[in-house]
Design a protein. Structure first.
Lengths: 256, 419
């Protein structure tokens, strides 16, 4: 595979003791592409995610974003490079309000100097106001404005999921990584989610890397799909090709 | 109350009696060495005097309370979770101004002893608020806070002793030195979490103390450093006569009669100023981006990292700032006492400051202030019980944890609100 994609993963393996959880995974995500990773439970999808986002240090393999090597960097550094993720089980700051969740996420774009903050200098106030405006924009965008002052932990589950995506977006990412964003959503919310993902790509120019079990969402929204089984990649292609791939059918339905 | 109405979750009378008996026996075991047996000298010999009636009374008391416990817990004996009434912003500033005015004015009418105790209370307010930044805001359990307090105190003491620096020259450096220690210690240990961090900081506090004891050539060892001068008022000494030939003292300058009370009041006002400054700074901090980051980190470190926040940097800032407050407190302490020695910086001091934070309510600044004042003033008021001070202290902590684990005035988050 040519190594000139936007986000490029090559020969990625992750070993936990005797278990080879991910074995030789390689793929490239193009700029503004919606790319999905699917596979049965335990196939190693989330491990791939954790490797890319820097939460695991991969045993072998290269990960690069626009030619910049990311493998082995700490998770916060990876995020600073513009790869921001959500989690399978939502990880909001539960006791902070929806608005504050979005403010915290902008931390590294803010003026965090001690003295400007203590004395509320003009630069500090402007920086805070900008963060507030940005947060409010995203609350409006996600239809969560009415819940701005609510504690995030008290929001409905579907709203929490949307807030988590908003929290990623306020950091101005280049790649948005969503780990099972549709889990626990009702059919209408799933439909909205599909629209949202397409809209984010279109309006904010992010590439989207997606792990998902919900086939209608995956088939409907992704341009290319990587299928994994037992840690190994077994197929890569357009939804059409994946749907008709024998190995994929076998992996999902078992052998006849 | 008959057995019939007991639900399965309630203990039966029989269980209750067994429970109360066990508690009474345990009481006997604990109380006997304290109240039951007294060593007394009778001429040449030391005899043990037995005093069983106190033990019996204690056991009986515990037994009765334990028997009544189901009743107490079932009825509305729970302490209400009172919250401070929300005061509108304008009224709040009036209240704060009034409280400040009162705090500034009262030493001029109070007795010497009271002002002295109040000064001590203010030092603990400052230390409590400093530790509150670390424990309450950032959620890092620090059991060696007194180490930074010691660094601050010895910075001034040593600078005076070896270089003749005055208090005002040494004060910024005391804060800076403590902050530096916090930074240097924090760097390796802040990747540890919870209990591990607590143990390492505990060790750090002890290391500082042992260094102070053993570096005899520099620090004077166990004797410490004495005759440290008190702070001056803008260069005017608060003494009967100037220490330097041709100097002017405070009372001469203002044409007042010399009064040693001036010094006491001045020290109190300084402690108050330092405590208020600490309150103001920590109050600003929690509303600033760094304060939000502390809270977020306390809630979910993984989520923080996924958003590009560097946890190390954020924790380190809390640790360093907390240490800095302790450093200022230490320098003031050294100036007030006029003598520093390692005795003042034992673990029990760290425990006391932590108790102030926990008792007041972690993260609650008003609670911490209240707890600091209570824990310094009450022991002074109850001098007769000095022997049982730690016993009462322990008892209060246990009762607090049972009834109000969230502290006297639980933290109320300051929220950013939008319409």
């Amino acid at each position: 595979m040519a190594g000139n994609s936007f986000l490029q993963v090559d020969g990625l393996s992750m070993r936990f003791g005797g278990l080879l959880a991910v074995d030789g995974v390689a793929f490239g995500v193009k700029d503004r592409e919606i790319f999905a990773i699917i596979g049965p439970n335990g196939a190693g999808k989330t491990t791939v995610f954790n490797c890319i986002s820097g939460f695991y240090r991969p045993s072998t393999g290269r990960i690069s974003l626009q030619g910049q090597d990311l493998a082995g960097l700490g998770s916060h550094t990876v995020a600073q490079h513009g790869l921001v993720r959500t989690f399978q089980n939502v990880r909001l700051f539960k006791h902070m309000t929806a608005l504050e969740n979005l403010l915290v996420a902008q931390h590294r774009h803010l003026r965090t100097g001690l003295l400007p903050g203590l004395f509320k200098t003009r630069g500090y106030r402007e920086s805070e106001q900008k963060a507030l405006d940005n947060a409010l924009h995203w609350l409006d965008y996600m239809g969560l404005r009415a819940f701005a002052n609510r504690e995030a932990g008290n929001l409905a589950y579907g709203h929490q999921r949307r807030l988590e995506i908003a929290r990623c977006m306020v950091t101005q990412p280049r790649v948005l990584m969503l780990d099972e964003p549709a889990a626990g959503l009702n059919p209408q919310e799933k439909k909205d989610l599909q629209g949202l993902i397409e809209q984010l790509r279109q309006q904010y120019g992010v590439a989207v890397l997606l792990i998902e079990h919900d086939m209608s969402l995956v088939m409907g929204v992704s341009e290319r799909i990587l299928v994994m089984e037992h840690g190994r990649p077994i197929a890569l292609g357009t939804p059409e090709a994946i749907r008709n791939d024998e190995r994929v059918i076998k992996a999902y339905l078992g052998e006849e | 109350m008959s057995a019939a109405i007991h639900t399965s979750t309630r203990p039966t009378w029989r269980q209750n009696i067994a429970h109360a008996l066990t508690a009474a026996v345990l009481t006997a075991v604990v109380v006997t060495p304290i109240f039951g047996l007294h060593l007394e000298r009778a001429g040449m010999r030391t005899v043990i005097q037995q005093n069983w009636s106190t033990v019996a009374w204690a056991c009986l008391l515990v037994f009765v309370v334990q028997m009544l416990r189901p009743l107490l817990s079932s009825s509305s004996m729970r302490l209400p979770r009172f919250q401070l009434p929300a005061i509108p912003a304008r009224q709040r500033s009036i209240w704060i101004a009034a409280a400040l005015l009162l705090a500034v004015a009262w030493p001029f009418f109070a007795g010497r002893n009271a002002v002295d105790i109040a000064t001590l209370a203010m030092i603990y307010v400052m230390l409590g608020l400093g530790l509150n930044v670390v424990v309450g805001f950032a959620g890092l359990l620090d059991l060696g806070f007194v180490g930074f307090y010691a660094v601050g105190a010895y910075t001034y003491a040593l600078l005076f002793h070896w270089a003749g620096w005055s208090f005002w020259e040494a004060l910024p450096l005391a804060g800076a030195a403590a902050a530096l220690f916090g930074f240097v210690l924090g760097f390796p240990v802040l990747r540890l979490r919870g209990d591990y961090l607590a143990i390492v900081t505990l060790g750090f506090g002890e290391i500082i103390r042992l260094l102070l004891v053993n570096l005899t050539d520099w620090t004077g060892g166990p004797d410490g450093i004495s005759s440290i001068p008190k702070p001056s008022v803008f260069g005017l000494e608060l003494a009967r006569s100037p220490s330097v030939e041709g100097g002017t003292t405070f009372h001469q300058f203002f044409g007042l009669e010399f009064n040693s009370m001036h010094m006491v009041i001045f020290l109190y006002l300084m402690a108050l100023a330092l405590a208020v400054a600490t309150l103001w700074i920590s109050n600003r901090l929690i509303r600033m981006p760094i304060g939000r980051a502390w809270e977020a980190l306390r809630e979910d470190e993984i989520a923080c990292r996924s958003l590009g926040l560097n946890p190390m940097k954020i924790k380190l800032s809390a640790f360093t700032l907390g240490a800095m407050f302790a450093g200022f407190g230490g320098a003031f302490f050294a100036a007030r006492q006029g003598i520093v020695n390692p005795e003042s910086f034992t673990f029990i001091e760290s425990a006391l400051i932590l108790a102030i934070v926990v008792l007041g309510g972690m993260g609650s600044q008003l609670g911490v202030i209240l707890a600091a004042i209570l824990l310094t003033v009450l022991p002074e008021l109850a001098r007769e019980f000095a022997e049982y001070r730690m016993l009462i202290f322990g008892l209060v902590m246990i009762l607090m944890m049972v009834w109000r684990p969230q502290g006297l005035l639980p933290m109320q988050r300051h929220q950013v609100e939008v319409k």
